[in-house]
Design a protein around this ligand. Structure first.
Ligand SMILES: [Zn+2]
Ligand SMILES: [Zn+2]
Length: 267
């Protein structure tokens, strides 16, 4: 009897709760965006990037602190890169968002990076449009150590950060450095992780995961390709001298990474 009473009470509470929810839904203001769909683990939206199954367009939120905006050629290059790998019959559009400075000489840790996104991000998945957040930071990563610096980190299914200050500092220290090339390689590499490489949501057809490279120190698993020169090769984004002074173009996926992307529905 007691059990039945408790059950009825629960049912009653549930009904009241449901009614209050219904009342909220009848409000004429548009429903709240579900931000949680853009707060999933890295690599889990690989097919959402690569295929048109769920999303036919991409909206990129390019966020930056004044003075740390990427070059126009890096932005254009990213759009071309996405068009060349992802089936998006509708357009790939850009929204620029200016973010307040993050503090003097304050290295950013992952909690701060997530907080900056939470405070500033406005573009989320809407209907059949995939929303993506890319933040160009005015500070470096807290994982930097001596000569080992982090240029970018993909940390959620549709989120990455580029440490633009670090990139600018490196470029300024080089004679004949090419800012767009360092930015482009860093950006495309992080998008490779968003696409699920390597074996991070996009399965490997053959084993080409680098198990020997040192971890890059981020909370991201070390998901890199073992083919030298590939965009997803660890040293491609750690050897900035070869990146900046190399053969003149942004690094590209090797055949094994390309085959994985195609097998998972990409171009
Ligand atoms: Zn990486
Ligand atoms: Zn590769």
């Amino acid at each position: 009897m007691l059990k039945i009473k408790s059950y009825l009470l629960l049912l009653f509470v549930f009904v009241i709760f449901s009614c209050s929810k219904d009342d909220d839904n009848s409000d004429p203001t548009p429903p709240q965006i579900d931000k949680t769909v853009n707060q999933q683990t890295l690599g889990s939206s690989a097919r959402d990037f690569l295929t048109a199954d769920n999303f036919i367009s991409i909206r990129l939120e390019i966020a930056y602190v004044q003075g740390f905006k990427p070059t126009q050629s890096s932005i254009d290059g990213l759009v071309t890169f996405l068009q060349s790998r992802c089936y998006k019959p509708a357009n790939i559009s850009i929204k620029e968002t200016v973010v307040a400075p993050t503090g003097d000489n304050a290295s950013l840790d992952i909690d701060e990076i997530v907080q900056i996104e939470s405070d500033n991000r406005t573009v989320y998945n809407t209907g059949d449009e995939l929303g993506v957040w890319v933040f160009f930071a005015d500070n470096n990563s807290d994982k930097d150590e001596g000569n080992s610096v982090i240029l970018g980190t993909a940390y959620r299914n549709t989120s990455c950060i580029i440490f633009e200050k670090t990139i600018q500092d490196i470029n300024n220290s080089l004679v004949g450095g090419d800012l767009s090339r360092i930015e482009g390689t860093s950006l495309h590499h992080e998008f490779g992780h968003l696409f699920g490489l390597v074996d991070l949501g996009t399965p490997m057809l053959v084993d080409h995961q680098d198990t020997t490279a040192a971890d890059d120190g981020t909370s991201t698993p070390n998901r890199h390709c073992n083919v030298e020169g590939c965009l997803m090769y660890f040293q491609t984004v750690t050897n900035v001298f070869s990146m900046a002074m190399g053969n003149g173009s942004v690094a590209e996926f090797d055949e094994l990474c390309l085959a994985d992307l195609k097998a998972n529905g990409g171009k």
